[in-house]
Write a protein that binds this ligand. Structure first.
Ligand SMILES: [Zn+2]
Ligand SMILES: [Zn+2]
Length: 329
């Protein structure tokens, strides 16, 4: 399904730039033979057997972590406090907006703007507190998604089923050699950075320390209050962040409208944009991947862009890719 496209897209140019920037091979030359025939999203059989989906078994670490986080989020309803809710809201912005959408996505994956290295590491720490993986893992996976969008090899396409694209895609066990190959191919620039290699080893520590810190602070305020702060500040907040990110992978490749005729299934979906600080304008983003601004129409509110613009005015963000696509009608 597609609608009329009144705007130009630099979809293909963005893919080329991404490939060049990351020094990775054009997938149309190997596993993605479909790329040569116009890169139309193609239907392929959805694997139904467990061993096809999970050739090396289940990633028990990810599975257990997600089970604990979701159980904690449900439990937090019995430990409600206004302080806990406020901490949840502030940390949601810090981790999901500053960390994931601004840091991991627009800065590290796409180079939509530049910041001094210490600022980049600050946003990386915010991202690691989201517990969505290390910066290098997130970047490598997302770059692969852009180049293979809705084609075989896309890490999380709804062509493989809604639940696969939403929550199952990171549940298979990944061998160390496979992970290293992923990083080497899709994020070689980040792999060269010793700090990002360290982050890749220690990223869960940040979230665990935050949880312990919140618990200790709450208990110091009032015995029993620690659970409220820890469950709302970590579990509920993380689960809200998870699903807003995952809906970008699932829902915005299924529902919504298109401003651009891209070669994938990406859509613009207002409620995902609201929940994810602007990431729901996903068709705009697939069409113009390096643009720091994902909302291209006046009503497409993009909170992350507002933060980047503020950083630009303050002189912290430079080389901001803020060219609005020209109207062609
Ligand atoms: Zn996408
Ligand atoms: Zn992207």
């Amino acid at each position: 399904m597609s609608v009329e496209s009144p705007l130009k897209t630099d979809d293909k140019r963005s893919k080329s730039a991404l490939l060049a920037a990351t020094q990775v091979a054009d997938p149309s030359t190997d596993e993605n033979k479909a790329g040569k025939s116009g890169r139309k999203p193609i239907a392929h059989p959805i694997p139904t057997r467990f061993r096809d989906r999970f050739p090396n078994g289940l990633n028990w670490t990810n599975f257990t972590w997600m089970l604990v986080m979701h159980t904690g989020a449900v439990a937090s309803l019995w430990y409600f406090s206004w302080t806990g809710l406020a901490i949840c809201a502030v940390l949601h912005f810090v981790t999901a907006c500053l960390g994931v959408t601004l840091g991991y996505h627009r800065l590290l994956t796409h180079g939509s703007f530049k910041v001094p290295k210490p600022v980049e590491y600050f946003f990386s720490v915010c991202g690691m507190l989201s517990a969505e993986g290390s910066p290098i893992f997130w970047v490598a996976t997302h770059r692969k998604h852009h180049v293979l969008s809705d084609l075989p090899g896309d890490p999380h396409s709804p062509n493989d089923g809604f639940w696969w694209s939403h929550i199952l895609w990171f549940k298979p066990r990944v061998l160390k050699s496979e992970e290293e190959a992923l990083f080497a191919r899709w994020a070689p620039d980040m792999w060269k950075d010793p700090w990002h290699r360290v982050f890749d080893k220690i990223f869960p520590v940040f979230t665990i320390l935050l949880g312990i810190g919140l618990f200790v602070a709450g208990e110091a305020m009032e015995p029993g209050f620690g659970w409220s702060l820890a469950l709302w500040g970590v579990c509920m907040r993380a689960v809200l962040c998870y699903h807003s990110t995952w809906f970008v992978n699932s829902a915005t490749h299924i529902w919504g409208y298109r401003n651009y005729e891209t070669t994938d299934r990406s859509r613009n979906l207002w409620w995902v944009a609201l929940a994810s600080y602007g990431e729901g304008w996903h068709n705009n983003h697939h069409a113009h991947q390096r643009l720091a601004r994902h909302g291209h129409r006046w009503w497409e509110i993009d909170v992350t862009w507002m933060v980047i613009r503020t950083l630009q005015i303050l002189g912290i963000a430079t080389n901001v890719q803020d060219r609005i696509p020209e109207q062609t009608k």
